[in-house]
Design a protein around this ligand. Structure first.
Ligand code: DAH
Length: 343
């Protein structure tokens, strides 16, 4: 019996020493110490051994069991240590090292051309004393239409078809709604500017999108005239295009201004000679504007006998297209990296 025990011990210890993986060690444990393991069998059968041998065989088996268990445990620890050391060695990276220059360039984000132009306009206008205001993209009928002198059933609503929510609100069709919100917050005299995203129920093509961007501007003071309007508009456009621009005003109808204008600029692509961008006219329609309608001031809580103002709504997509020579408005929201990388 003793011989058999010695043999089991020797085999188990030898196998443990040469094992090269944790799985292998586990197999050895099952083979010798598992429920049907060699050593376990002997310990179970102690009852069948003559009583005079039983105690010594029992003691020896237990001693060997502990010995094998200890060897297995040590082996397991050492294997898992070398395992993780190996992992660390193989997968080591120097996190303090700079990524190669080319890769960094690739991964740098860019500011979208619309945002670039928006920030630029904000800078120019704030330098002229305008304060930036904001408003929600889901608007009420009141802010988007009513308070802008566009009552229900007014035909001007047809020009700005939009998406309605089930509770009677709408995706704002223009940033003019921000004018109304601003008038509720500030007292005249004031100059405010409201950039934002606007929506129209529109089928898309190279010059139409259902989602686009505008910057609204409004100045209210005493005795504001069309000259103030022209001066600020010219200054703004000169700063944006970094050159002198010729402008002209044509009458334009917007219910919230009187008189209302379409401000055109001399085409920057052909310098007025005529090209496909200006449809051979030499002029590009860029900036609707006008003097704020007395009804609008009144609804904003401002006395039109005391105050007057001008307002304008600049389309950022059109402007970015002019400035960068972009020929399709759908590029802006395409999410196409090749397009975005150019700015
Ligand atoms: N809200 C108008 C539109 O989206 C643009 C506009 C015209 C804004 C005249 C103005 C303005 O402030 O005075 O079509």
């Amino acid at each position: 019996m003793q011989n058999e025990l010695d043999k089991i011990r020797a085999e188990a210890l030898a196998a443990t020493t040469t094992a090269s993986s944790i799985e292998e060690v586990e197999e050895i444990r099952i083979q010798y110490l598992g429920r049907k393991g060699a050593l376990t069998q002997i310990l179970r059968s102690l009852g069948n051994i003559p009583p005079e041998e039983r105690s010594s065989v029992g003691k020896l088996s237990n001693r060997y069991k502990v010995e094998i268990e200890t060897a297995i445990e040590e082996k397991r620890t050492s294997l898992s240590r070398t395992g993780s050391e190996e992992l660390v060695r193989k997968q080591w990276i120097d996190v303090t090292l700079d990524a190669p220059a080319a890769t960094t360039q690739e991964r740098l984000g860019r500011i979208h051309p619309i945002s670039q132009i928006q920030y630029e306009i904000e800078d120019i206008l704030t330098s002229m004393g305008f304060e930036i205001h904001d408003g929600p993209e889901v608007e009420t009928d009141y802010y988007n239409f009513e308070a802008l002198n566009i009552p229900k059933h007014h035909p001007a609503r047809d020009m700005q078809d939009t998406f309605w929510t089930e509770d009677g609100n709408l995706l704002r069709t223009h940033t003019s709604a921000i004018q109304v919100r601003a008038m509720e917050k500030v007292k005249p005299p004031f100059r405010v500017v409201g950039p934002g995203r606007v929506f129209r129920y529109e089928s898309t093509d190279a010059s139409h999108e259902n989602t686009f961007y505008q910057v609204e501007g409004m100045m209210v003071d005493r005795d504001i005239t069309v000259s103030h309007l022209i001066y600020v508009m010219k200054k703004l456009l000169q700063e944006i295009f970094h050159r002198d621009v010729a402008v002209r005003l044509r009458p334009g109808y917007f219910p919230f201004v009187e008189p209302g204008f379409e401000l055109d600029i001399h085409c920057l692509i052909c310098d007025g000679a005529g090209c496909s961008v200006c449809k051979q006219s030499g002029w590009v329609e860029l900036l609707p504007c006008g003097l704020v309608h007395p009804n609008v001031l009144r609804m904003g809580g401002i006395n039109p006998d005391e105050w007057s103002g001008f307002a304008f709504g600049l389309g950022l997509n059109r402007l970015a297209m002019m400035k960068y020579g972009i020929n399709d408005i759908r590029h802006f929201l395409s999410g196409d990296i090749r397009f975005l990388k150019q700015f």
